[in-house]
Ligand binder design. Structure first.
Ligand code: B12
Length: 439
């Protein structure tokens, strides 16, 4: 049995003007180059649970438009899904099926729209892959594959997490590799379409398991750059301290996503720096409390943090860790002044790196149902617009054009090479001052 794991990587954006600008803006280009070259950890993880007697390979299909024939010579393929690439995934699935290849699909979009996906696949998996994958493979081999496997009643215990098959990758084509140290998040943001939608709550992988994965990568690539494919690595700060202590001897450089609360834990910040943390990405979403009202559903947490954002960023950056501050433009409390407010906040705080995105209704997020119920989705099944850059809804307090133009202009300002340079210089000068004990 030849089984192919088919990843559809690369970045996606429908807005032609933004694409064109992206080619000129160093910030966009840099980030898109970095992120376009990450492998599918989901598929590598499933490969790690696949019995060794199957003949398996991992294939990247970045663009199906320029595809000559079908990638690989397989009896069955496992295809992963994000909303933005789902139409391409369906086309590829249809082509495989027409050629007699069995198609199994899973991932975030398939979990959100299982019935839609079943029109293009022989079998779909809903929820996390690990709890059901061994059964799927056994059924495939025994010729009794079911159309749908639902992992949701189970919560996968990370103590049993498989070793992802990093060895299937052509390592030199990647500039960083991903390892997952936890899944989910204690919070529930309106627009979040990440792993909390596969299974609720926050779960962490045992630290020794994480270290095993990192050592496996180091065997293949002695000095890797690691991106933790986490939602909120340090939501449990005590565990975060254990993790960072264990990372120190590995001599890595790493990046992750977490929330602003790390700023108030001096020991954790010190350990993060010492263990090689280069940058943390934080979803600030908007600079002020009023515009964040209602964004986090459990405790309005983000709105309560906003007044301390500037101080928190300063504390993290003073610890020698750069902050990649993420802002969502077009929130319901945003009007046309939001673009200037974000720009001023970035300038005032000296955020080292910035990521701006447009509010996006992923089909698995509460935001989607809210916008659909009030007829604010412009094209409810235009999944290809779920890119974080394309506007597919009626903003509450501005027009679509105002949001699109404001977003584009803010991008021009934020990614202006002089402005990037100024923020970088400010960070390094401050580090120098701290090192010389002058602060
Ligand atoms: C790493 C990453 C990437 C990488 C790698 C993508 C890849 N090929 O896997 C890159 C940089 C390429 C990328 C690109 C994009 N990304 Co991205 N990315 C992430 C990130 C940070 C981690 C994802 C990850 O590795 N998770 C860990 C693995 C283990 O989980 P998993 O993939 O979900 O797999 C599990 C299950 O889903 C399931 N499963 C998955 N596939 C399959 C297949 C089968 C057959 C089966 C049975 C099961 C199964 O089993 C796995 C184990 O349980 C998340 C944010 C986050 N913190 O989670 C965003 C995230 C997934 N990305 C997102 C988006 C929007 C994008 C882009 C559209 C951005 C853009 N404009 O280009 C593109 C789309 C790329 C594409 N071609 O589809 C959204 C997706 C939301 C959604 N519901 O669709 C997320 C959640 C971020 C966000 N801000 O909302 N991304």
């Amino acid at each position: 049995m030849k089984l192919g794991f088919i990843a559809m990587s690369g970045v996606r954006c429908q807005n032609a003007e933004l694409l064109a600008i992206g080619l000129n803006l160093p910030g966009f280009v840099e980030r898109s180059k970095v992120i376009a070259s990450l492998p599918s950890l989901g598929l590598l993880t499933l490969a790690g649970m696949t019995p060794p007697d199957l003949d398996i390979s991992y294939v990247e299909v970045p663009d199906i438009k320029n595809l000559d024939g079908l990638p690989g010579d397989f009896d069955a393929v496992a295809i992963s899904s994000f909303s933005a690439q789902i139409r391409e995934a369906y086309q590829l699935a249809d082509r495989y099926r027409a050629a007699g290849v069995t198609v199994i699909m899973g991932g975030l979009h398939v979990t959100a729209r299982p019935d839609e996906a079943l029109q293009h696949a022989d079998c779909i998996v809903i929820g996390e892959g690990e709890p059901v994958w061994p059964t799927v493979v056994a059924d495939l081999l025994a010729n009794r594959l079911q159309p749908r496997y639902d992992a949701r009643p189970q919560r996968f215990d990370f103590a049993h997490s498989p070793m992802p098959r990093f060895d299937l990758l052509e390592i030199p084509r990647y500039n960083r590799l991903t390892v997952q140290t936890q899944r989910g998040c204690p919070y529930n943001c309106d627009f979040c379409g990440a792993s909390i939608r596969l299974a609720p709550g926050f779960r962490a992988k045992p630290v020794p398991r994480v270290i095993d994965e990192l050592l496996a990568i180091k065997d293949l690539w002695p000095h890797p750059f690691i991106e933790f494919a986490d939602d909120n690595t340090f939501a449990d700060r005590r565990r975060g301290r254990d993790l960072t202590r264990a990372l120190i001897p590995l001599g890595l450089r790493w990046f992750t996503e977490t929330d602003i609360s790390v700023a108030w834990d001096d020991e954790l910040l010190r350990l993060m720096k010492e263990s090689g943390c280069a940058q943390i990405l934080i979803g600030l979403e908007s600079p002020d409390a009023a515009s964040l009202n209602g964004v986090e559903h459990k405790a309005n947490w983000k709105s309560h943090q906003a007044n301390r954002y500037a101080e928190a960023i300063a504390r993290i950056q003073d610890a020698g860790i750069t902050v990649n501050g993420c802002f969502v433009l077009g929130l319901d409390h945003h009007d046309s002044s939001c673009f200037d407010r974000v720009f001023q906040f970035v300038r005032d705080t000296g955020l080292y790196e910035v990521q701006i995105t447009v509010m996006t209704a992923f089909p698995n997020a509460p935001l989607y149902d809210r916008l659909a119920a009030s007829n604010r989705l412009l094209s409810p099944e235009a999944w290809e617009t779920c890119t974080l850059f394309d506007v597919n809804y009626l903003p509450a307090n501005m027009s679509v054009a105002t949001l699109e133009n404001g977003f584009r202009d803010l991008g021009r300002q934020i990614y202006d090479s002089g402005f990037i340079e100024e923020r970088r210089r400010r960070f390094f000068q401050r580090q120098d001052t701290i090192r010389r004990g002058l602060s």
